[in-house]
Structures are given as structure tokens and as C-alpha cells.
Design a protein around this ligand. Structure first.
Ligand SMILES: NC(=O)c1ccc[n+]([C@@H]2O[C@H](COP(=O)([O-])OP(=O)(O)OC[C@H]3O[C@@H](n4cnc5c(N)ncnc54)[C@H](OP(=O)(O)O)[C@@H]3O)[C@@H](O)[C@H]2O)c1
Length: 287
């Protein structure tokens, strides 16, 4: 069995992998930031040697999208320079890499789902730093898969679903933007994709590839919030507002719906519809 290292294991995605049914797929090792800081190359190298790692799933990232506009250096350090560290060590020890990136690299306004060949045009520091990280991987020529995903939520960590549930306990009305469209992604579904790549890695992590992945369907943040309230049987009223009324430091794409044909064909999978996955997550959260 291969030795697989999951970095940044205390985040939403890392925690979901840790709680998944991964044991029959490989020997998994999980580290949080205090154990291995990916900005420290020596820590990466020591860990890879110690555990004789064959494949890394990098779940470590600087994900505070608005704060990144002010903390530019740290965002680049974690999302770009640390990825350069990872790929240099991967190259030295012949490790494969699964890396998670973001729909925000497609920053222009589109009218139909965006495929992987679409020109990137990141508009925020976070998105630019993530794209920089991707470039280190592509330039390195290591065997790797980059998965661009969107609107992640989970029962772990902080995310939009949990924020709406918390706000609904305190507020009768919650204002949510209605002019940014995308697709939510349940971490459990994304974990299945990562595990599928590992199962088939000799064939499917061979060279460098970029794939889009989210759940199926399209919604605005407002529709997403309404569905969270609906499925949780709560009574807060969600009020639609425009992005102009809800100012944020970082600019977000108005439309970042991902075309997922490439990954569906590669892994021969069907992707769950976003409302079905959301319903499963809400049930877990209520439990
Ligand atoms: N969340 C979304 O909506 C979304 C959307 C699209 C793409 N993505 C991408 O999906 C991936 C997973 O996101 P997520 O939501 O699971 O992120 P997350 O919950 O913010 O988790 C990121 C983890 O990385 C850790 N980390 C930060 N700096 C580190 C360092 N220098 N060394 C080691 N670990 C470090 C964090 O630790 P601390 O908590 O101790 O800082 C945290 O546990 C990321 O690459 C993200 O860019 C996320």
C-alpha cells in the first residue's frame, strides 16, 4: 500500500478526509500546521523521509479571501511559495501530488460553465496567490492533479452553511447577495474524488492535469442560503441584496459555474446535485 500524506489536516477538507473511509486505499498520515508547516521546506522534507511518502494531498492553504487583501505576504507565502517547496521535495523524492485550487482563478464574467481551457483572470490576492501556486506545480513537471473547486462546505471548520445556521439563531432576517452565481461543493463529495484519483493513480496521476470539480447545478449565494434555511426547517427570512450593497475587500467573480466534463469522463463518475449533497450535510450537522 502507498503512503499518503494529508497536509493541513485540521481544515474542512483535511478533516473530511481524516473521517472518511480511506484505510483500505492506503496508509494515510495527517498533519496540522503545528506539526508540519508547509512554508518550512525542511519540515516537509523531514516528514516525507520519515514516513516514506508516495503521494501528498495538499489541503493546507491560506483561505481568508478578504483578509488576504491586507495580508498579501502571508497569502503568497502559504498559497504560492509553500507550493514551490512542496513540488521541489516531490521532485526530489518522486512523490505525486493532489493539490486543491479555486474557481476564483476564473475572474472574468462568463455566461456559461467554464472549462479548464478558459483563460485565467484572478481578481483578488487570494485568487492570484492560488494561481501562482498552480504554476509552480505545472512548471515542475511532477506527476500531479490540480482540482479547482468552488464554495466548499462541510460539517468541519468554518463555512457559509454554518454561518447561515448560526446567524439564523440570532437574526430574523439575513441579507445575502443575489448576483454572484456558482455551485456549492460538499467536502464529502470532493473527498471521494481525491480517493478515486489515489485508487487509479498509476493511470490517472501521470503528468500534470487540471480538473474542475463542484457539485452539479447552479445557484446564487441567496438561493444557497434559502435552501440551507429550508432544509434546516428554520424560520429566518433571507433577503436578496446586490454585491454593491454588500461590500467586501476582495472582488469575487459574478459567475464561476464550473464545467466538469473533463473529470466526469476521466473518472467515469456522476456528480451529485448540490441540493442533494447539502441535504446530507444539514442532516449531519443537525445530528
Ligand atoms: N473554502 C472554500 O470555499 C474553498 C473554495 C474553493 C477552493 N478552496 C480550496 O480548497 C482547499 C481546502 O480548503 P478548506 O476550506 O478545507 O480550507 P481551510 O478549512 O481554511 O483549511 C486550511 C488548512 O490549512 C492550514 N494551514 C494554513 N497555513 C498552513 C501552513 N503554512 N502549513 C500547514 N498548514 C497550513 C490551516 O491551519 P490553521 O487553521 O491552523 O491556519 C487549515 O487547517 C484550499 O486549497 C482552498 O484554497 C476552498
Amino acid at each position: 500500500m502507498e503512503n499518503i500524506w494529508v497536509s493541513g489536516s485540521e481544515g474542512q477538507l483535511g478533516s473530511e478526509i481524516e473521517s472518511s473511509n480511506h484505510k483500505c486505499i492506503g496508509n494515510f498520515f495527517f498533519t496540522k500546521q503545528e506539526e508540519v508547516d508547509i512554508t518550512e521546506k525542511i519540515q516537509i522534507e523531514n516528514y516525507i523521509k520519515l514516513k516514506n511518502i508516495d503521494l501528498i494531498i495538499n489541503c493546507a492553504a491560506y483561505t481568508a479571501v478578504d483578509k488576504a487583501e491586507e495580508e498579501i505576504e502571508i497569502a503568497y507565502k502559504v498559497n504560492s511559495l509553500a507550493i514551490r517547496n512542496l513540488v521541489e521535495i516531490c521532485k526530489k523524492y518522486k512523490c505525486k501530488l493532489i493539490h486543491i485550487s479555486t474557481d476564483f482563478v476564473y475572474g472574468d464574467t462568463y455566461l456559461s460553465p467554464i472549462n479548464e481551457l478558459t483563460k485565467t483572470s484572478p481578481k483578488s490576492v487570494y485568487a492570484k496567490s492560488k494561481l501562482d501556486g498552480e504554476r509552480h506545480i505545472i512548471n515542475s513537471k511532477i506527476d500531479s492533479v490540480i482540482i479547482r473547486t468552488s464554495w466548499l462546505y462541510s460539517k468541519f471548520g468554518n463555512n457559509f452553511v454554518k454561518t447561515i445556521l448560526q446567524l439564523s439563531k440570532k437574526k430574523e432576517t439575513i441579507s445575502v447577495v443575489n448576483d454572484q452565481y456558482g455551485t456549492p461543493t460538499y467536502t464529502k463529495d470532493l473527498v471521494e474524488i481525491c480517493l478515486e484519483f489515489i485508487k487509479t493513480n498509476k493511470e490517472n496521476i501521470n503528468g500534470q492535469e487540471i480538473y474542475n470539480y463542484s457539485n452539479e447545478g447552479i445557484c446564487s449565494w441567496y438561493e444557497f442560503a434559502c435552501e440551507i434555511i429550508n432544509l434546516s426547517k428554520l424560520i429566518s427570512l433571507i433577503v436578496p441584496i446586490s454585491s454593491k450593497e454588500f461590500c467586501t475587500l476582495a472582488k469575487r467573480p459574478a459567475y464561476s459555474v464550473l464545467d466538469k466534463d473533463k473529470i466526469k469522463k476521466k473518472l467515469s463518475i456522476e456528480i451529485p446535485f448540490w441540493k442533494d449533497s447539502l441535504s446530507l450535510c444539514i442532516k449531519e450537522l443537525i445530528k
